[in-house]
Design a protein around this ligand. Structure first.
Ligand SMILES: Cc1cc2nc3c(=O)[nH]c(=O)nc-3n(C[C@H](O)[C@H](O)[C@H](O)COP(=O)(O)OP(=O)(O)OC[C@H]3O[C@@H](n4cnc5c(N)ncnc54)[C@H](O)[C@@H]3O)c2cc1C
Length: 405
């Protein structure tokens, strides 16, 4: 049986390992962190296309009991006026809708499901380098460990080491001048319909929130931050700084944002926003990158995790059906590149709506109700290309024109 070294145990790592195992490979997942708990505070929306892709490999049930359904978003102006609603994708045939879930819970559930299927994980292994061997690849880790495999999949996220090893000239991630701060506030701070996000284009800061069953408020803010900071710089600024910043930025709007931040009793941490519009080389020899490593998207699209899952399933199909890695990787790229780059471009466009000057704000607040009415009127079909993407696991990947082999 062919072996695969999967680098990274975030969203794509455990998922691609499961897809590869079903495709007849023997994967081992190597993760740099001692446990898989990076980014504990953040939560993500898993859209129906991501859930559907997990279902293709029989892994969607691992999400049962985690997070909560969030089928709808209501957009509001800084004054609190409703600009309209948008769905998070039409429900799947059995009624499944988009779900909000803590990122750490999502990664943990995928890892536990992969472990249950007998896949091995090694934590505390940071990939440093690779070297070729006859018919395979050797992963070299910072601690000096070396592991040989037939193939290597880089699922190592936005700062991917594998991307740089495939192509040292690969572009770095692009900074989008907003930060992301999220939190969980005490129950009972606001009264809004369950399952509906409130997305507020505040005058000085975008603010989104939704209420979990039980009343806890899950929120995030995107304060503008023009120059790219390092993660250390943001960490050093610390909780008190972020509370004061948010109180100042959100205090000019009439909504409950300020009250929600005040009712949050854990430490606030800020993250920079990045995307990668295009990475020209996804694979070389026996190595390939997937997920954020290949095409990180701004969180505004809410599709990063779902794209990582779709990638994983498609790579499994291609490696199952095509006779060698070269053909499989090219077929995979043929299936994925256009779609993921369209998602990244859409996310970048939506990000720009978040922090605009007074004139653009007026125009945005006039245009959005019309746009949202249009999306609602066609039942979400105009965004169907994004949300209603179905992968049929049992369908053979042709070695034909789509696959460019
Ligand atoms: C603040 C924020 C909010 C977001 N909101 C949403 C949302 O609402 N909806 C959505 O779909 N997506 C959202 N995303 C994006 C989503 O989290 C990512 O797109 C998704 O996690 C990508 O999965 P991945 O497996 O490719 O990368 P990651 O989940 O980042 O996993 C990469 C893993 O590789 C490990 N690693 C890195 N380097 C090495 C190395 N050299 N050796 C070994 N291991 C390594 C890392 O520790 C990590 O565990 C958000 C992201 C952020 C930061």
């Amino acid at each position: 049986m062919k072996t695969v070294a999967v680098i990274g145990a975030g969203v794509a790592g455990p998922t691609v390992a499961m897809a590869l195992q079903l495709a007849g490979f023997e994967p081992v997942v190597y993760e740099s962190h001692p446990s898989g708990s990076e980014g504990v505070g953040a939560f993500v929306i898993l859209h129906v296309n991501g859930i559907d892709a997990l279902r293709a490999i029989g892994a969607d049930k691992c999400l049962d009991g985690l997070g909560f359904d969030t089928p709808q978003m209501r957009f509001r102006s800084g004054t609190g006026r409703s600009l309209g609603v948008a769905g998070t994708g039409l429900p799947l045939a059995d009624g499944t809708v988009g779900r909000t879930i803590r990122r750490a819970d999502l990664c943990g559930a995928l890892r536990d499901e992969a472990l249950r299927r007998g896949i091995d994980f090694e934590y505390g292994r940071r990939l440093a380098d690779v070297s070729g061997v006859d018919g395979g690849v050797v992963a070299v880790f910072e601690d000096g460990a070396r592991h040989e495999a037939d193939l290597l999949v880089g699922a190592d996220g936005i700062k991917s080491r594998v991307r740089a090893l495939i192509d040292p000239a690969a572009p770095p991630a692009r900074y989008i001048p907003n930060l992301y701060i999220s939190g969980y506030a005490r129950a009972g701070v606001v009264d809004v319909p369950p399952g509906e996000y409130q997305m507020v284009f505040g005058r000085r800061c975008f603010f989104g929130y939704t209420v979990a069953p039980g009343g806890e408020v899950w929120w995030f803010a995107n304060p503008p931050y023009p120059d790219e900071p390092s993660q250390n710089e943001l960490r050093e600024l610390g909780d008190a700084h972020w509370r004061a910043t948010l109180a100042d930025l959100l205090g000019v709007d009439p909504g409950p944002a300020g009250k929600i931040v005040e009712a949050t009793d854990h430490e606030l941490v800020a993250w920079p926003f990045h995307d990668i519009p295009t990475v020209s080389r996804w694979h070389r020899d026996r190595m390939i990158i997937i997920g954020d490593a290949a095409h990180a998207t701004s969180p505004a699209a809410g599709q990063g995790a779902s794209m990582a899952i779709e990638d994983s399933v498609e790579l499994g199909r291609c490696l199952r059906d095509l006779p060698d890695a070269r053909q499989a990787f090219r077929a995979y790229e043929g299936l994925r590149r256009e779609r993921v780059e369209r998602v990244v471009a859409t996310g970048a466009k939506w990000s720009t709506f978040k922090s605009v000057g007074p004139v653009a704000r007026m125009i945005r607040d006039m245009i959005m109700p019309v746009m949202l009415k249009y999306y609602a009127g066609d039942g979400g079909a105009s965004l169907g290309w994004m949300h209603h993407h179905h992968i049929e696991w049992d369908e053979r990947v042709p070695a034909g024109p789509r696959g460019i082999v």
